[in-house]
Design a protein around this ligand. Structure first.
Ligand SMILES: [Fe+2]
Length: 247
């Protein structure tokens, strides 16, 4: 069973699914692909949103879809994709965790590395919350810089790649390279809509399986399951590494 930890499927709350019909279509597609566990992660921007209001809106959007979620046999949790902003340093971040877990989906700025970003990471870690960096491929300062990744990995941070990026021939080589070096722990759909940004979760995992082998694909699938159930992710063992296919 697959787990999707990052998506914008809840209707009418951000730039994701615009209504319940599209939301339902995205849920059905997830189910068809073999996803059984989903965390809904609408965008959260601290500079223009209040946590309480965000949670109220998110929970209302979820309530409208709950029957559909249940009828598809999906297990669901509510979370957020939180943009890295300096204001986070003054906020209680616990309510924005991924569901009931000790994980937190953090979206970094696309252009430049913020010097105070590290302080936000430490704030989360001090509270026992583990940051999962959303779509690492969006930030050159991480995607093309293993030293920076190593620094945050050594602190206990985890890294997610979007399914579409795994499938993109222009980015695939670097994605495989980072997976092999242990810098990508999970993939997720980041699905927004049925047309331009659907969920390609299964395709991406099949692609990883085909190019890197079963052990690494299964390791990534298990990691997403561990996060969903608030367990620690698995260390990349020598056995898994030595089973890599050549690419
Ligand atoms: Fe997202």
């Amino acid at each position: 069973m697959l787990s999707d930890l990052h998506c914008h499927i809840l209707p009418g709350i951000d730039d994701g699914a615009r209504d319940e019909e599209m939301s339902g279509a995205l849920l059905a597609s997830e189910r068809e692909q073999g996803a059984g566990q989903i965390i809904f992660t609408p965008h959260f921007y601290a500079d223009r949103m209040q946590t309480e209001k965000f949670i109220e809106d998110r929970d209302r959007a979820f309530a409208g879809m709950e029957d559909r979620v249940l009828s598809l046999g999906l297990m669901a949790q509510k979370g957020a994709e939180v943009r890295m902003q300096e204001k986070l340093l003054d906020m209680d971040l616990a309510p924005l965790r991924l569901g009931n877990t000790h994980y937190f989906l953090l979206e970094w700025p696309f252009s430049a590395y913020p010097m105070w970003g590290e302080d936000v990471v430490y704030k989360l870690l001090d509270q026992g919350i583990r940051p999962l960096f959303a779509h690492i491929e969006r930030y050159e300062y991480f995607f093309r810089n293993e030293e920076n990744l190593e620094y945050f990995r050594s602190l206990g941070c985890l890294f997610q790649v979007n399914a579409d990026t795994v499938l993109n021939p222009r980015q695939q080589y670097q994605v495989f390279h980072l997976i092999k070096d242990g810098y990508l722990h999970v993939t997720a759909s980041d699905a927004h809509n049925t047309a331009g940004r659907p969920s390609n979760l299964k395709k991406a995992l099949d692609c990883i399986r085909e190019n890197l082998g079963d052990p690494i694909a299964d390791w990534m699938i298990r990691n997403a399951d561990h996060i969903f159930h608030d367990r620690p992710v698995e260390i990349l063992t020598r056995d898994i590494v030595s089973s890599y296919k050549n690419i």
